[in-house]
Design a binder for this molecule. Sequence first.
Ligand code: NAD
Length: 313
Amino acid sequence: MNAQELQKVHKQIAVVGGGLMGHGIAYLLAAAGHDVNIFEPEPGSRASLPRRLQALVELFDDDPGLLRRIHVHGQLAAAVLEAAFVFEAAPERLPLKRQLFAELEAAVAQNTILASNSSAIPSTEIGRHLKHRERVIGTHFWNPPHLVPLVEVIQNEKTSDEVVKATMALLRNAGKTPVHVRRDIPGFVGNRLQHAMKREAIALVAAGVCDAETLDTVVKEGFGTRLAVLGPMEQSDLVGLDLTLEIAEVLYADLDHTAGPHPFLRDKVKAGRLGMKTGEGFRTWTAEEAAAVRARLSNSLVAQAKARKKVLP
Ligand SMILES: NC(=O)c1ccc[n+]([C@@H]2O[C@H](COP(=O)([O-])OP(=O)(O)OC[C@H]3O[C@@H](n4cnc5c(N)ncnc54)[C@H](O)[C@@H]3O)[C@@H](O)[C@H]2O)c1
């Protein structure tokens, strides 16, 4: 199926939950030419959607006309009735998501694909009590979804290959970089990698090997400069697997093996040192410093997204 045919078939899309992730997902799909219905039950959040979507038009300097393809609903059934795809981005609670998927199954056509954006709850669990489990799939967007290209497409033990194929094609056609994750495991791929590094980082700072600021400098000014263009597998192939093995032999036994979260992290949380929101976490933060970090991150992601848009056809 080519891009145009695909768009015709899957033109109508529903997004369930118009919060941080949902409004970005709805926006990027509308920008790709789809008609998108957003179901948002909270009146306040519903009322703020036009303003939040308009901000994205301004961010990308897009045609404001694309917002006419987005419709906001306060009733689930009306929002999903005609949808070929539903992306669920509701709060991260299993009973709520299960209930929503049961309602979705009753409201949509039998071949409508039901995708959950959960970062931690397996879609296997969300869809466990449904009749047609072959159309339930995980689509893990990264925050903010309209700026970060990756979407992990997680096939659970019941998801059909056709549903994986259709989901990957839809996301690719919308300008995302979907990857097929073949097992529905905690953290999928991206968060496992992120937290494997964080585990070692916390242990190094806890042991006094370096302070938290130095640790961040090592990542940002060191191997972090290569990460966006060189993944760990190609980096291993680049330097050679013989060298990679030699380093692994020396290093792995010495890496942190603390079972569960490190006591250093537990103690910080217990003491109320939660990070920027309390002024102290691993590092200390004034309100201005915290705002500068957020601005630096946002500016960098926007610049990368704009550069990518320029090179894309
Ligand atoms: N925030 C992130 O960085 C991030 C990244 C990847 C995945 N996720 C996942 O995306 C999902 C949504 O997260 P978020 O950060 O957008 O949360 P959010 O709180 O910003 O948005 C959730 C929205 O769902 C609405 N909602 C409440 N009850 C609902 C219901 N019964 N049905 C439908 N909508 C309902 C809320 O009013 C809110 O607008 C979660 O599963 C989360 O784990 C979040």
